[in-house]
Design a binder for this molecule. Structure first.
Ligand code: HEM
Length: 126
């Protein structure tokens, strides 16, 4: 299996992931109906986000948590949605790549998703 080592690899990973996301019954609506994502803008942001995390190339400048609060206000982002997000992410990584960076991509996503789920839940209680 291929190692996850270049920006091109990340592009392939992110594109394959969102191809699954937009067909997914549990989470597609956040992207298609609620945020009405502009994919030409969102995808390059996500390439840079993962490039920053995995390769330490600080090409992403943004606030990954902040972007989710307005979405959470329209439709609650619950644990089951994060579980589904993570399941699709893990599947996509494992179908395409193996090795240290592939493991790191899964591990980092788990940590961020955990923190994000906590912050979204807290925001709904305030
Ligand atoms: C239930 C889980 C999730 C849903 C439904 C979701 C949905 C979304 C949506 C709709 C956007 C906005 C796109 C736009 O308007 O352009 C977004 C942005 C983003 N998401 Fe998520 N997300 C989820 C989990 C995650 C996780 C776990 C991560 C990180 C590992 C993540 C990272 C990002 C980043 C980096 C952005 C771009 C923020 C920016 O504008 O700079 N998301 N997400």
């Amino acid at each position: 299996m291929k190692k996850l080592e270049t920006r091109k690899d990340i592009e392939q990973l992110v594109n394959s992931f969102y191809a699954k996301v937009i067909k997914d019954e549990k989470i597609a609506s956040f992207f298609t109906d609620i945020a009405k994502v502009d994919w030409d803008k969102h995808l390059p942001k996500m390439y840079s986000f993962w490039e920053s995390i995995l390769f330490g190339q600080m090409t992403y400048k943004g606030n990954p948590m902040g972007a989710h609060f307005p979405i959470n206000e329209i439709k609650a982002m619950e644990q089951e949605h994060f579980d589904q997000w993570l399941s699709l992410w893990t599947q996509t990584v494992e179908e395409n790549f193996a090795g240290e960076n592939a493991d790191l991509a899964i591990y980092k996503a788990q940590n961020i998703a955990k923190l994000m789920a906590f912050k979204m839940e807290l925001a709904r209680r305030l």
